[in-house]
Ligand binder design. Structure first.
Ligand code: 16G
Length: 242
C-alpha cells in the first residue's frame, strides 16, 4: 500500500488514510489481537510518509483503544479489555491502565428526590435528594459503555461537578468508595442503547449494578453500567475457602 510522501497540506488526510489502512488490516485479520505493529520508522518507510504522519495515526488508534503502546516493547493490536470483577476501579482507571483515553458524553446531570429503586439500593429514606448522572463512556472515539449513577446529594452537592471521572470527583470531596457490591447480568441492547454504543440492535451486553460504600458503611453510589459484550472480559480470582 504505497501512499507517497505527503506535502504539508496533504498531511491532514494522509494520517487518516494510514489510520484506515491499519483498521482495515485489523478488520481483515491481517493484524490479529496481540500482534505487534511494525515500528513507526518502518511504517513510514513502507508507506513513504513522514514519521509525524504515521505517529498521528497511531496515536489516535491508541487513544481509541484499538492499539496499545507498551513502553520499550512497541505497539500492539489490542484485544478485549480485561477488567477485574473484584477490584474497585473506575472506568477511567481501567482505561488509563491500558494507555487509552477515557471520555464521557453526559446525557443528563440532575438533582432530585430518590426513586424507590435508588432509595432501596442506597438505603435512603424517601424524600432524600440525589445527584444523577447519565452518560456514555468512550475510549477516544469508541463508545464502550452506558452508565446511570445516583449519589446522595450529601456527598455530591451538584452533579455538574463531575466533568470527567466520578471517582476522582468523589475523591476530592473525601468520599471515594471503599467497598462495593456488584451484580452482573447478561443483556441484549435495545435499539437506543445499540445506536449509542455503535453495535447492532440486540447485541450482547453486560449489565453491572454497583452499590458502593464508605468505610463507615454509608452508601455513596448506585450505578447501572451497560458494558459492551464484545469489548470486555471480566475476571476474578477465586479461593478455595468455604
Ligand atoms: C466503573 C464502575 C461504575 C463507576 C465508574 C466510575 C464498573 C462495572 N462500574 O464503570 O460503578 O461509577 O466506573 O468511573 O466497574 P469514572 O470515575 O471514570 O467516572
Amino acid at each position: 500500500h504505497r501512499i507517497g510522501r505527503e506535502t504539508a497540506g496533504e498531511r491532514d488526510l494522509a494520517w487518516l488514510r494510514v489510520r484506515r489502512l491499519i483498521e482495515r488490516a485489523i478488520g481483515d485479520g491481517d493484524l490479529v489481537p496481540g500482534s505487534a505493529l511494525p515500528s513507526e520508522r518502518d511504517l513510514a518507510t513502507l508507506l513513504d510518509l513522514s514519521r509525524v504522519t504515521v505517529r498521528k495515526a497511531i496515536a489516535g488508534l491508541v487513544d481509541d483503544g484499538v492499539l496499545i503502546q507498551r513502553h520499550g516493547a512497541g505497539t500492539f493490536v489490542a484485544g478485549r479489555i480485561v477488567k477485574s470483577f473484584s477490584r474497585l476501579t473506575s472506568f477511567s482507571d481501567d482505561l488509563r491502565a491500558r494507555g487509552m483515553k477515557p471520555r464521557s458524553v453526559f446525557l443528563e446531570r440532575s438533582l432530585g428526590e430518590v426513586t424507590p429503586d435508588e432509595a432501596m439500593a442506597l438505603s435512603l429514606s424517601p424524600g432524600t435528594r440525589v445527584a444523577r448522572i447519565f452518560r456514555l463512556r468512550y475510549a477516544g472515539e469508541q463508545p464502550l459503555a452506558i452508565e446511570r449513577t445516583a449519589v446522595p446529594q450529601s456527598f455530591l452537592p451538584d452533579p455538574q461537578l463531575v466533568t470527567s471521572s466520578l471517582y476522582e470527583t468523589l475523591d476530592k470531596y473525601g468520599c471515594r468508595p471503599q467497598r462495593a457490591l456488584q451484580r452482573l447480568r447478561a443483556v441484549n441492547f435495545d435499539a437506543d442503547q445499540a445506536a449509542q454504543l455503535n453495535v447492532p440492535a440486540g447485541a450482547a451486553g453486560l449489565l453491572i449494578e454497583r452499590r458502593s460504600f464508605l468505610d463507615d458503611g454509608r452508601a455513596v453510589e448506585f450505578t447501572c453500567s451497560w458494558y459492551r459484550g464484545d469489548a470486555y472480559d471480566f475476571v476474578a480470582e477465586l479461593t478455595g475457602d468455604a
